[in-house]
Write a new protein. Structure first.
Length: 459
């Protein structure tokens, strides 16, 4: 009986609310192929996981140790098959037992599973000096060595490992294929000991040989002897027991009535045999057609896509695969680090370029702002100058108009001509007594104020 321990508070214990233990509900199959020898040793164990691709996941075997002797495989349903059975015989059983046996033959006791009971398995065993002994049906609970002496301790040890896992994880961690192998390894080492192996051979009397250990447990039923029946009480026999009764009665009495019953029984039984044979033939034909109908089509392999099916992987091969996986992951990590460094450098360069771009943008904005301010200043200066020019122009125009108005007023005012001549004459005389012939004088002005110049005449 397994004892389960759990740490809890005193209040929780006194409350009585905690009355049951939690067990893991995972029901996925992992097949174990184990074999033991009469000298108290065992050959390397084989585990078959469930995997559609027939390949192993690194998480299933990442905790394998250097001293572990275990083979791994994967099948579509997690069970063994003919291919894995033959590979187990060739790669695991034969190398592990060949040195012990030397030139002697080896006896391999198996059950009636199709993985071992097939032509390829038996033929290879016969060619390599291996005698296959198949246990009778419905006797494995008495004669199967692993069932009798080892699987029960293994189940108990594995249950303890599961309970420890549940206890450590406070019931929040469930078993998966990632955790299976370490738990199984500890349970296997605790159960497959030399003492248990020798006891497994001794208990059914296989080695040392002692048939009474099994036969002595069998109880034979006491069959009561039936009284002989008289001839008038007999009917046409239609069963084996009834025919034997009639034959026994005929030997004792030699009665013709009983002999007639025997003849009738022969006819009835012959008719029944014919009917049964017809039904059996029909059933065989129906099964044959049903098998043909349900038979799955196979590829013709025209493009050479070979699929050898599930296969066993040795510990060395698993370790090499793990080493290769680690190397591959290291390369991938280095590549990821290189890419991350490159990305960081690119991000740094991008930030630097963005900062430089922002600085250039600020410089451009400053230059544009300065240019705009200079442009605005020049525009204001030009506007001011234009206003000044316009003012000067307007002032000149006003002055010109004023002069024009004055001249026009002066022109419109009548003056005596003599007086004008009198005033002009002294000027000419005062300046010079010689007048240039080419000199010109203003004779008059037009209505617009233009001077009408005439050549001056000499006196």
């Amino acid at each position: 009986m397994n004892r389960l321990y759990r740490i809890m508070t005193l209040e929780a214990l006194r409350s009585g609310r905690i009355t049951h233990t939690m067990t893991d509900g995972n029901r996925e199959f992992v097949t174990l192929m184990a074999c033991i020898c009469a000298d108290g040793t065992s050959i390397p164990v084989s585990l078959i996981y469930k995997g559609e691709s027939h390949d192993l996941q690194d998480s299933w075997v990442d905790q394998i140790e250097e001293t572990d002797e275990v083979y791994f495989a994967a099948s579509a349903n997690g069970w063994t098959c003919k291919s894995l059975g033959l590979q187990w015989l060739q790669k695991i059983f034969d190398p592990a037992t060949k040195a012990k046996a030397g030139r002697s033959k080896r006896l391999l006791i198996v059950n009636g599973h199709s993985s071992y009971v097939n032509i390829a398995f038996i033929d290879w065993a016969d060619q390599n000096g291996i005698i296959i002994y198949i246990l009778p049906a419905h006797t494995t609970h008495r004669l199967q060595l692993l069932d009798v002496g080892l699987f029960s301790p293994l189940s108990t040890a594995y249950s303890n490992q599961l309970n420890n896992l549940m206890h450590k994880g406070l019931g929040m961690v469930t078993i998966t294929k990632r955790f299976f192998y370490p738990l199984f390894r500890n349970a296997y080492r605790a159960s497959f000991t030399e003492k248990n192996i020798l006891h497994a051979f001794e208990k059914p009397g296989i080695f040392p040989v002692d048939p009474e250990k099994v036969l002595g447990k069998l109880k034979y039923p006491n069959v009561p002897k039936e009284p002989d029946l008289l001839a008038n009480q007999l009917q046409t026999p239609k069963s084996c027991r009834a025919v034997r009764r009639v034959q026994k009665a005929y030997k004792q009495t030699h009665s013709n009535t009983i002999l007639e019953l025997v003849f009738k029984a022969n006819v009835a039984l012959a008719s029944q045999v014919s009917i049964d044979q017809h039904i059996i033939n029909g059933l065989y034909e129906a099964l044959k057609m049903e098998r043909q109908k349900r038979k799955k089509g196979k590829k013709l392999n025209l493009v050479r896509e070979d699929d050898i099916g599930p296969q066993f992987y040795s510990p060395c091969r698993v370790r090499r695969a793990l080493a290769f996986q680690d190397e591959k992951e290291a390369k991938e990590q280095a590549n990821r680090d290189r890419i991350a460094t490159k990305k960081a450098q690119s991000a740094s360069n991008k930030v630097r370029k963005e900062a430089e771009k922002a600085a250039r943008v600020l410089q451009t904005i400053a230059r544009r702002q300065h240019a705009q301010e200079e442009k605005d200043r020049k525009a204001a200066e030009n506007t001011r100058k234009a206003i000044e020019r316009q003012a000067k122009k307007e002032a000149k125009l006003a002055e010109a108009q004023a002069k024009k108005a004055a001249k026009l007023a002066k022109t419109l005012t009548p003056k005596p001509k003599a007086a004008a001549q009198v005033q002009k004459t002294p000027k000419v005389v005062a300046k010079s007594h010689v007048v240039d012939k080419g000199a010109k004088v203003v004779a008059s002005r037009t209505t617009r104020g233009r001077a009408v110049i005439m050549p001056r005449r000499s006196l």
